[in-house]
Design a protein around this ligand. Structure first.
Ligand SMILES: [Zn+2]
Length: 346
């Protein structure tokens, strides 16, 4: 039996279904790959693109994709002219109809070197309705040898008409044990950490919350410096939101967050995770933390807060996050956040 998608961990059912379809030349024209940030959507999309074009796909002894032939190598290094990626930037609010039309025209040109031309649309939830309708035209009558992959964190904003014409692949989260196993298998940093500081590795796995991409980020020492800074700013912000703290500390904490949209989004996401821990700590005894290393630490930190206050802060931060994704003015978003906290009545 040919080995299918050896670079993709877990998700056995999806791998079998897609691999078998590709081998029998029945691959769908469109995929909708759904999973949270860090769940491996982009990796899977590249692997499917490589499998469709692997020079050894008919060789029964070679895995699919082989990762070694010229086509596989170009695809994995991002240098293949017939595999195009659209919209891979967190800074943009929407993907408009113009870009989709440009892509659509390209789909009807013959390929330069690939057997199957692949179009990967990252953040497909950012496609405007008009852009989705423009895409629908190609999905209804797809050009020969073109595969379109839509990647999204949620399928909610994708039109039903598109969903019905694409094969849905949902990437599952790993359990704590599975994540640990996969992480140790592929990451030298994680293996080093397992020896030098086992409890830090445990904290990484807990914080990654089932997502391998996130676990890799967290166990990488270079990223960890940024991570440490983010944690510090998160704690500074949360301490400033405790009842009775002078307003100047909130405005200070808010202004030190970031003025770059993508960084601010990550920052706010981290604060939201920490607030989830704190609200859980105020309500229940046993829970899995997302930000704090242990439930006890979350409980200690939550002490000065009433549950209702934590919920109100959570809502304010979530609103700021939403405004950010909608391209709102960042200074205004942060000012609103700070004054919202100042005006809290609980
Ligand atoms: Zn290959």
């Amino acid at each position: 039996m040919k080995q299918l998608f050896p670079r993709i961990l877990g998700n056995e059912q999806a791998k079998n279904r897609i691999g078998t379809a590709i081998l029998s030349a029945r691959a769908p024209h469109a995929f909708l790959i759904v999973g949270e940030d860090g769940s491996g959507k982009h990796t899977l999309a590249l692997n499917i693109a490589a499998a469709l074009n692997c020079e050894r796909r008919r060789d029964a002894h070679s895995p699919l994709p082989c990762s070694a032939c010229g086509s596989c190598q170009r695809i994995f290094s991002g240098g293949h002219v017939d595999v195009r990626v659209l919209g891979r930037s967190r800074d943009r609010a929407t993907i408009g109809v113009g870009e989709v039309k440009e892509l659509r025209e390209d789909m009807f040109l013959s390929s330069t070197e690939a057997d199957v031309k692949v179009y990967i649309i990252s953040d497909a939830e950012k496609l405007t309705t008009e852009a989705q309708n423009a895409l629908l035209i190609v999905l209804e009558e797809p050009p020969e040898n073109v595969v379109i992959m839509l990647l999204a964190t949620s399928a909610d904003s994708i039109l039903t008409t598109i969903k019905s014409r694409a094969q849905l692949v949902s990437l599952s989260r790993f359990s704590h044990g599975e994540l640990r196993e996969h992480l140790l298998k592929i990451s030298p940093e994680a293996r080093a950490l397992a020896v030098s500081n086992p409890s830090a590795l445990d904290a990484v796995i807990t914080a990654a919350d089932g997502r391998l991409g996130r676990a890799l980020e967290l166990s990488n020492p270079i990223l960890s410096a940024e991570e440490a800074e983010r944690r510090e700013l998160t704690l500074k912000f949360l301490s400033a939101t405790a009842p009775g703290v002078p307003y100047v500390r909130i405005s200070e904490a808010v202004s030190s967050l970031s003025t770059k949209r993508s960084e601010l989004l990550s920052m706010l996401e981290e604060i939201i995770q920490a607030l989830r821990d704190l609200t859980a700590a105020r309500k229940t005894r046993e829970f899995t933390t997302l930000f704090f290393p242990t439930p006890e630490e979350a409980r200690r930190f939550a002490e000065p807060f009433k549950h209702a206050r934590l919920i109100a802060i959570y809502e304010l931060v979530s609103r700021a996050h939403e405004d950010c994704t909608r391209n709102a003015n960042l200074t205004l978003t942060l000012t609103n956040l700070a004054s919202g906290i100042r005006l809290l009545k609980v």
